[in-house]
Design a protein around this ligand. Structure first.
Ligand code: CAA
Length: 248
């Protein structure tokens, strides 16, 4: 069997890079999709993934743009034959209390974090159901489960991603395609490091494990859900948060 092909949106970001590496280590052909304009980060990503010898490649795409996603999927299919695994890890924050939130802070976030999931799934799901195999993982957040001060936009989008996950999971379950969410807690990423030090320290103090998560700890959860023999897990949300939010 040829290698399964995975696309990771936000692929050169904090969690995305770790996910690309883990999936490549599991024998997948990986496409990291991200904004081509992040030149500095892209150069660092290329350096970090050099040893993977072509099993991780970069394709530019803006997930908030429907046609861009269509071109991305077409480009990957032309090059590698199919898209078998989609990991929607592209996400931004625009933290501020609602009373100060501009319309752009709301809608920019929705376009990337939520429209991006629709755009990618819309362009890949037919191929997956047609071939009888697919794995979709949406990277949600603990803050979609609990709500976070200053994140009405982000918490709404992340909770929305899981609603999307459950609905699509039902639609494609009989065709060999699973759809799941992973809800990371606070991890060592640039996004979390942008939170002011004092606020971040207060948050870490509430994590039972007593530390931030490693991106690799999210990546191994994604690898678990995208394995060929993970076909009975669908519509699920896997929390990976160091015990910051426990639920049943
Ligand atoms: N709970 C209650 N009150 C809080 C609070 C909290 N968590 N945080 C701030 N406040 C209070 C402040 O003490 C202040 O009170 P006073 O007005 O009495 O002085 C007031 O609320 C500040 O309100 P503002 O309207 O001025 O807030 P702001 O618009 O300046 O926003 C903030 C503040 C930028 C949101 C800041 O609180 C912050 O950065 N919070 C952390 C947000 C966060 O955790 N983001 C996660 C990013 S990483 C990520 O999202 C990844 C992931 O999935 C986990």
């Amino acid at each position: 069997m040829s290698k399964r092909v995975a696309v990771v949106t936000g692929g050169i970001g904090g969690l995305g890079t770790a996910i690309c590496k883990q999936l490549a280590a599991e024998g997948r052909q990986v496409v990291a999709a991200d904004l081509g304009s992040r030149e500095e980060r892209l150069a660092a990503f290329r350096e970090e993934t050099r040893e993977y010898n072509g099993s991780i490649v970069f394709f530019p795409a803006d997930v908030s743009n429907f046609d861009d996603c269509s071109n991305l999927v077409k480009g990957i299919t032309d090059e590698y034959g199919s898209v078998d695994i989609v990991v929607n890890a592209a996400g931004i924050t625009r933290d501020t209390s609602l009373k100060k939130m501009s319309q752009d802070q709301w809608s920019d976030l929705m376009h990337v974090n939520l429209d991006g999931v629709f755009n990618m799934c819309r362009h890949t799901v037919d191929g997956m159901t047609g071939r009888g195999f697919g794995r979709i993982v949406n990277i949600s957040s603990v803050n979609g489960q609990t709500g976070q001060f200053g994140q009405t936009n982000y918490s709404a989008a992340k909770a929305g991603m899981h609603g999307f996950t459950m609905a699509l999971a039902r639609e494609v379950a009989k065709k060999g395609v699973t759809v799941n969410s992973v809800s990371p807690g606070y991890c060592k990423t640039e996004m979390v490091m942008k939170v002011p030090d004092d606020i971040r320290a207060q948050i870490v103090a509430q994590i039972p494990v007593g530390r931030l998560g490693e991106p690799s700890e999210i990546a191994r959860t994604v690898a678990f859900l995208t394995a060929d023999d993970a076909g009975f897990i669908t519509g699920a949300n896997i929390p990976v948060n160091g015990g910051y939010f426990m639920s049943f």
